[in-house]
Design a protein around this ligand. Structure first.
Ligand code: ATP
Ligand code: MG
Length: 419
């Protein structure tokens, strides 16, 4: 029979490599703890409308990349392409605006986008993200950027660039959009079809288009950062100052646009030279209009999302430490029929005491059992036969040094426990 394979753009994380993911997840948990973020877990699918409104219906994600389907009740549902919209929905649905603000949340989720699979670009991928609601001070913007950068550097990454920009607020962007349309108008016919449809509604998105021709046209467009209002400009100046306090090196990259109406002021991306074409590991920004867009009262917000597959690729490319596969503390080998029952009881006792212990389940010869113990990289091993059961003592072998030590079973347990 023909084997069924995984879908294109999805991937298994195999037992041999899962330790790397666990290592990254541990580091994430650790930093969110220190920065005082609480974890939130949200559903993998939502009403399509949430993403259309929350991500923005002029974005690539919504226009081209969503997995949308009708369920049996005729509702249009979508697999989450990102986390922010779901988190904002949950924030509103559970009245978190009445909690002590700011509300600082983080998540680790799978996301789904119908994109052309390639290195660093998948149809199911993982993100670590944070969202903060209720604070508009630029020092928060700087702290979020600094937290993302610290995480990456604690993971051992070096070739990183923090790119920042400001996309202003709806007020200053309105005037800019007019200016941008003026610039783009003579090129209108050359734009891709998607960008033609963005021209009236959200021309800023055209500057983020991946098509070669739109990108070329965008190169000489007026720069949004030169056209932001005084308030936005002050916010940006303060952000830069705060980043300096945090000791974060940054570059101003005026081409970063996360151009939605409700995205405001600060936007940023952390890129890595170690990645090929998909060089952005982390992207984020302020979205002071989003909560209102999704039906709440005006509440400032800011967040970022980090692509974990890309992060892993980066770590592999830079050859940094990525943790180690978990190993058994001890392999307990059984010699003979009687011993097998004794081993069952002993292994259970060890495990109850918090020791990671492995044994034979396949009636293998002693030689084969020891081979297995070696293969799984057990730290210690012990062989238990009639003699050991009778004397209550056995020889605990350190698999690394080859040294052995005669111990009672209780002593053995204590020794492994105190490792
Ligand atoms: P890109 O410009 O690379 O398409 P994006 O702007 O669509 O990125 P965001 O929506 O900001 O990406 O998502 C945040 C992060 O999630 C990205 O910086 C990237 O690391 C990761 N990411 C986005 N799309 C994918 C994907 N299809 N496969 C793997 N990782 C992804
Ligand atoms: Mg994308």
């Amino acid at each position: 029979m023909k084997l069924i394979t995984a879908l294109k753009g999805t991937h298994d994380i195999l037992p041999e490599e899962v330790y790397k993911w666990q290592y990254i997840e541990e580091k994430i948990k650790n930093i969110t703890e220190r920065y005082r973020y609480s974890e939130i877990r949200i559903p993998a699918f939502e009403y399509t409308e949430l993403f259309a409104r929350g991500v923005g219906d002029t974005t690539d994600v919504v226009q081209k990349e969503m997995y949308t389907f009708d369920d049996k009740g005729g509702r249009s549902l979508t697999l989450r392409p990102e986390g922010t919209a779901g988190v904002v929905r949950s924030f509103l649905e559970h009245g978190m605006f009445s909690d002590a603000l700011p509300k600082k949340l983080y998540y680790m989720i799978t996301c789904y986008r119908n994109e052309k699979p390639q290195a660093g670009r998948y149809r199911e991928f993982r993100q670590f993200g944070v969202e903060v609601f209720g604070a508009e001070d630029p020092s928060l913007d700087a702290e979020i950027i600094s937290m993302a950068a610290s995480l990456l550097s604690e993971l051992g990454l070096k070739n990183l660039v923090v790119n920042i920009n400001s996309i202003g607020c709806p007020k200053c962007r309105k005037a800019y959009n007019d200016k941008l349309r003026e610039y783009l108008r003579p090129h209108y016919d050359e734009l891709c079809d998607t960008c033609k449809s963005r021209f009236e509604k959200n021309p800023l998105r055209i500057l983020d288009c991946k098509s070669e021709i739109c990108r070329k046209i965008g190169e000489n467009a007026p720069v949004l950062l030169d056209n932001i209002c005084e308030e936005c400009s002050e916010h940006f100046e303060k952000l830069k100052k705060e980043l300096e306090i945090f000791g974060i090196n940054y570059v101003i990259n005026t081409s970063i646009v996360r151009g939605l109406d409700y995205y405001t002021k600060t936007v940023f991306e952390i890129t890595s030279d170690s990645l090929g074409a998909q060089s952005t590991v982390c992207g984020g920004g302020r979205y002071d209009g989003l909560v209102e867009e999704l039906g709440g009262s005006p509440t400032p917000g800011i967040g970022f999302a980090m692509g974990l597959e890309r992060l892993l690729m980066c770590m592999e490319a830079e050859n940094v430490y990525m943790g180690e596969p978990s190993k058994a503390d001890i392999y307990v080998a059984a010699l003979g029929e009687n011993a097998s029952d004794f081993v069952s009881g002993f292994v259970k006792k060890l495990r109850d005491e918090g020791i990671s212990a492995e044994r034979d389940y396949m009636s293998r010869s002693l030689k084969a059992q020891m081979k297995y113990a070696n293969k799984i990289g057990a730290r210690y091993s012990v062989v238990i036969g009639d003699n050991e059961i009778e004397t209550g003592k056995a020889s605990l072998k350190n698999m690394e040094t080859g040294e052995s030590e005669e111990l009672t079973f209780d002593e053995m347990k204590d020794k492994l426990k105190n490792r």
